[in-house]
Design a protein around this ligand. Structure first.
Ligand code: PMP
Length: 300
């Protein structure tokens, strides 16, 4: 699914066949989750293939590396250019892009490395959480304590928490987990940010225990442009009992509706919520369609 015999990936300065790219089983990153990554998307637009907010994503990658002391020898511009080349070499127009900065040298110590490796792969990927509305479960697993790890950095090791919480929710019959922070406030999904709607306004967790998603800030901008108030503030799961709708956002998931949280089922169908309206605006933005020009859309 991620590659075939012809797929090319970028690895440390070269484009190589995906099935020939490898790393040592003694690599420090593999043992300790000490690596930084990103997730970007390219879309086919009237102006050609365009990576959505490439600069923001690669700046976040630089920030993530710096936050944990992982060297990164590439500039934002170099990584952006490499990514466009990678898409071209693989003939991709719409694709998900996964850069990974890792410490690939055999090193079983816990000293920060002097060098790192840069891997970038791309593949065609539908919306990560699908198109259907999701049944969320408030997870018994909290987001990692921001005083223990730089939680606003996208570090591989943080995702053990995401995998555990998501698998637990699925095992209990839900589609996805919703994680709280260490103070009991709602934080985010395992790989996406969370918004809820009440009284024509939107609420989302503030910075602190979340990854400040690029999709999250895009949605906040689109909402404010449309005259919708967005509150970035702490809220408890009990407050969600009064929510009228909710959705998750992320580069991989894009904007996906939520149909219920624990036992609380939203009365309004997702299509009648602010989330659906913003999902249309998001699609129009990332695909470079001017307002009102999306085929089959009444209102964008
Ligand atoms: N939170 C977490 C934990 C994530 O992994 C992601 C995906 N990167 C997001 C939020 C959404 O971030 P973005 O919109 O930048 O993809």
């Amino acid at each position: 699914m991620y590659f075939n015999n012809d797929t090319l990936v970028f690895l440390d300065g070269n484009f190589v066949k995906a099935d020939q790219a490898g790393c040592s089983v003694y690599a420090q990153s593999l043992h300790y989750g000490y690596a930084a990554f990103e997730g970007l998307r390219a879309y086919s637009t009237p102006a050609g293939t365009r990576i959505f907010k490439a600069e923001e994503h690669y700046e976040r990658l630089q920030y993530s590396c710096q936050a944990v002391g992982l060297p990164l020898a590439y500039s934002v511009q170099e990584m952006t250019e490499i990514t466009y080349k990678l898409l071209e070499k693989n003939n991709f127009t719409d694709a998900y892009i996964r850069p990974l900065v890792y410490a690939g040298e055999p090193n079983m110590g816990i000293k920060t490395p002097d060098t790192s490796n840069l891997f970038i792969a791309a593949w065609e990927w539908g919306k990560y959480l699908g198109d259907q509305c999701l049944r969320l479960m408030v997870s018994p697993y909290e987001r990692p304590n921001p005083k223990a790890v730089p939680i606003e950095a996208k570090i591989s090791g943080h995702y053990a928490n995401s995998i555990i919480a998501s698998a637990d929710a699925k095992r209990k019959g839900y589609d996805e987990a919703l994680l709280l922070d260490m103070n009991g406030f709602v934080a985010e999904g395992p790989g996406s940010n969370f918004f809820y709607e009440k009284g024509g306004e939107l609420f989302t967790a503030p910075a602190g225990s979340i990854l400040q998603g690029i999709t999250r800030s895009t949605i906040i901008d689109l909402a404010r442009e449309a005259g919708i108030k967005v509150h970035e503030r702490f809220f408890t799961p009990a407050e969600l009992q009064e929510a009228e709708g909710a959705f998750l956002t992320g580069t991989a998931a894009e904007v996906v509706g939520v149909s219920s949280i624990d036992n609380h089922v939203f009365e309004k169908p997702f299509s009648a919520t602010l989330g659906a309206k913003l999902a249309r605006k998001y699609t129009a933005l990332v695909t470079g369609q001017a307002a009102g020009q999306l085929v089959g859309e009444q209102e964008v």
